[in-house]
Unconditional design. Structure first.
Length: 192
């Protein structure tokens, strides 16, 4: 199955939500709400490429990071349970090209397609136990995944970004902000 202008994807691991965590061998439910966007699965496997208007690097079998509403279940105005408008059948979904934030081939590293990049916030605390409190330096971070529009930048560069441009993701267990290329406004070329 292929779409004219969209990827066809299925949720990684066949799960719409990542709402459980294994702690000391016991599974804990982090959220029981289907409407909680913070625990929706944001990783998908590409099963079909767009038929037209696509000549990018993503291939069938690659893993992609997607928008939080892709697999989310919601309730309509009459209280009926609904899937997102991207749902096709069973576990297949359409994915617009501009809603693909990161991709990687099996065994490869994450890469960010233009116009997106990912920045790791800088913790205000030097104590790693306090990092989870969410106390981060305002508008500064470390560039982790750059895109082809950012040739003059390097991963590891200290960058400043525009207010309200960050959108939080958890990638490989790290808190990262997804933002657009034009949201990066300053660079300190020394490694942080």
């Amino acid at each position: 199955m292929r779409s004219l202008d969209c990827f066809i994807v299925k949720p990684l691991g066949g799960k719409r939500y990542n709402n459980t965590e294994d702690i000391d061998g016991k599974e804990f439910i982090l959220s029981s709400s289907q409407e909680d966007h913070t625990v929706t699965n944001r990783e998908a496997i590409v099963v079909g490429l767009p038929l037209r208007n696509y000549d990018g690097p993503i291939s069938v079998g690659d893993t992609v990071v997607v928008h939080h509403n892709m697999f989310r279940i919601y309730y309509d105005i009459k209280g009926r349970e609904r899937s997102s408008s991207n749902h096709i059948i069973e576990d297949l979904y359409t994915l617009e090209q501009d809603m693909t934030y990161l991709y990687k081939s099996p065994g490869g590293d994450w890469k960010s397609p233009a116009p997106y990049c990912f920045v790791e916030p800088i913790s205000k605390s030097t104590d790693s136990k306090l990092e989870s409190t969410g106390s981060y330096e305002d508008l500064w971070g470390i560039l982790v995944y750059k895109n082809k529009e950012q040739e003059e930048l390097n991963s590891g560069d200290l960058v400043s970004f525009r207010p309200d441009s960050e959108y939080e993701f958890k990638i490989n267990g790290k808190r990262l902000y997804r933002m657009r290329t034009n949201s990066i406004c300053l660079i300190n070329e020394s490694k942080y």
